[in-house]
Every structure is written in structure tokens, then in C-alpha cells.
Design a protein around this ligand. Structure first.
Ligand SMILES: Nc1ncnc2c1ncn2[C@@H]1O[C@H](COP(=O)(O)OP(=O)(O)OP(=O)(O)O)[C@@H](O)[C@H]1O
Length: 299
């Protein structure tokens, strides 16, 4: 379990992260979304113990991360720009990791290099950016961390590699409860693997929720009645959006599925469909008032 309590971080007296608190359960995949400059990298580096928070506390399994080597070994951070020693091959980098991380898994490392079809003898700087990124994933995963912190990791990877990578990550979570914190400026990049989502905007959370909760509390409904819409129906519903399409009313409503259905059926509609919303629609309707931040992660 990772606990972030009242964390703030400033650079040159400008506060970038403002009093953020949240927790991440062991074995969950937590998506941190936000537009450019929102503070994602700063927050991730602080959580990974690379930066020191100015205020607040970060613990992993009850222990402070910053400058605590035994914990740092369990928390591996993958920056948005892969880092390798100059002119090193993957094999040489792997040797360095092996000496650094006591839980290094050599057999798993070879399995991953085969899966991603990487020549471990070629100098890493001669590879494309995408392959370098795969190499940094192989190194991080083979260190067998409890917590993997990923800063915009999927950028620049082709769809086949993305799929392979997502499968590897999901397997590690399922088999040994690795926890993943993953940032992205695009919801679509991460929505299929995350179970929690937070949206960071100007260093503050706009939203922080379990995906299932987010999806279960909001619905799209299509309605039609024989005559006019019954008086009072909308007073009893929490309506976020309403529009008419011919004789059909399309509404976005908040509430429990059963409660919404029971209420509407009591007015005997001739058409009644309750449809799920995509995550994208949920964000748009829930957070229309912070349009810029949301639009950016949906584009
Ligand atoms: N080392 C630093 N010194 C001074 N300012 C910094 C430093 N690192 C980040 N910042 C500032 O903090 C703000 C947030 O940057 P950060 O990289 O955390 O955002 P981000 O959400 O990761 O953005 P992006 O999606 O563009 O990578 C920016 O205004 C940036 O200029």
C-alpha cells in the first residue's frame, strides 16, 4: 500500500504540487492523468523517492521512501526519457541492474528479451526510441519491483508492442500483486488497464476514483412517453445533461442503476433504454466545468 499524505512540492518557490493526498492499494493499477505541465512527473518522482516533498509524507508499506535504499529497491521509476550508460548494450545494463537490485530475475529477463525480440549485444543508443523504451521496461520489470512507477511509458510504442507490454504488466499484477502507478496525458492510453484514475490539473486533483465506481454511478438514458414528459420526473432525477432527438429524450443522469430504472418505469415510458457511458463521456459530463484539462486528456 502506498500512502501519500498532504504532499506539496515547489521549484524555485513556485509550488507545483499542492497538498495532495491519496492511497494506492497493493496490486492495483493507478492511472494519473493530466495535460502537459500538470505536475505528473513531479508527483511521480516525489512518490518514487527521487525528489523530496517539501511538505507531507509518502510511505510504501508503512515505510518512508525518500533516501531509504531498501524501499527504493522495491520502487522502480521509469522516466519518460530512458536512461542508459553511454555505449552500453542491454546485456551490460542488465549486469548493472543485477548488481544493484537484489531481486533481479535473470530467467525472466531472458524471457522478456525474447518476447520483445531485442538483441542484447547491440549498443542501446543505436536503437530507435521505441526499442530503447522497451529495453528500459525489460530492465525495470526484471528487477521485480513491488511498485513500478511509469512516466508516460507508452508514448512512441507501436500497437503490437503496446499490447505485449500491457499483457506483461497485467500478468505481473495478477501473479504477484505488483502495484503500478502510470501517468499519461491521454485517457485512451491507459483506460483499459487501470482500476483507479486521478486527474491532476495545475498540481491538484480534480478527480480521484475507482473506475468501477465512476462507471456505475452515471448512465445515459433514452426515453419517450405517449404524451408530454410527465411533470416532476426531472425533479426527482439528478440530470447532468438533457437533449431531445425527435420524440426521444436523451439524458445523462447520476444515481444507482436500480433507483433510476425504478423511478422512470413508474412513469410508464413507451421507450426506455439505459445505456452505459464510455469513460470519455463520463469525464465530459462530470467535469464539463474544467473543460481544458479534460479535453486535453481526451484528444
Ligand atoms: N526541476 C525543475 N525545476 C523547475 N521547474 C520544474 C522542474 N521540474 C518541473 N518543473 C515545472 O513544474 C511544472 C510541472 O512539470 P511536470 O514535468 O511535473 O509536469 P507534467 O504533468 O509531467 O508535464 P508533461 O506532460 O508535459 O510531461 C512545469 O511548469 C515545469 O516547468
Amino acid at each position: 500500500m502506498i500512502e501519500i499524505k498532504g504532499v506539496s512540492k515547489a521549484f524555485d518557490r513556485t509550488e507545483i504540487i499542492h497538498n495532495i493526498s491519496f492511497s494506492i492499494e497493493k496490486g492495483s493499477i493507478y492511472g494519473l492523468l493530466g495535460s502537459n505541465g500538470a505536475g505528473k512527473t513531479t508527483l511521480l518522482r516525489t512518490i518514487a523517492g527521487i525528489l523530496k516533498a517539501d511538505q507531507g509524507e509518502i510511505t510504501v508499506d508503512g515505510q518512508t521512501v525518500f533516501e531509504m535504499t531498501p524501499i527504493k529497491e522495491k520502487v522502480v521509476f521509469l522516466p519518460d526519457q530512458p536512461f542508459f550508460f553511454t555505449h552500453y548494450t542491454l546485456k551490460q545494463m542488465a549486469q548493472f541492474y543485477k548488481n544493484t537490485y537484489s531481486r533481479w530475475d535473470e530467467e525472466y529477463y531472458h524471457r522478456l528479451t525474447a518476447l520483445f525480440e531485442i538483441d542484447i549485444h547491440k549498443k542501446l543508443h543505436k536503437y530507435s526510441k521505441g526499442v530503447q523504451r522497451q529495453a528500459s521496461f525489460i530492465l525495470a520489470l526484471s528487477a521485480k519491483p513491488d511498485v513500478l512507477v511509469l512516466d508516460e511509458p507508452i508514448d512512441g510504442l507501436d500497437p503490437v508492442v503496446r499490447k505485449k507490454l500491457k499483457n506483461v504488466l497485467i500478468t505481473e499484477v495478477a501473479e504477484r500483486e505488483m502495484t503500478i502507478l502510470i501517468s499519461s496525458h491521454n485517457l485512451r492510453e491507459v483506460e483499459d488497464i487501470c482500476d483507479h484514475i486521478a486527474i491532476l490539473h495545475q498540481g491538484r486533483f480534480l478527480l480521484e476514483k475507482e473506475l468501477d465506481d465512476l462507471k456505475s454511478g452515471i448512465h445515459k438514458i433514452q426515453l419517450a412517453f405517449k404524451g408530454d414528459v410527465p411533470d416532476g420526473l426531472f425533479n426527482k432525477l439528478d440530470v447532468l445533461h438533457k437533449e431531445t432527438r425527435g420524440s426521444v429524450l436523451l439524458c445523462i443522469v447520476r444515481g444507482e442503476h436500480e433507483d433510476v430504472e425504478r423511478l422512470i418505469r413508474s412513469y410508464h415510458p413507451v421507450i426506455f433504454d439505459l445505456l452505459p457511458l464510455t469513460l470519455e463521456e463520463i469525464f465530459i459530463y462530470e467535469m464539463g466545468d474544467v473543460g481544458y484539462a479534460i479535453q486535453n486528456i481526451l484528444d
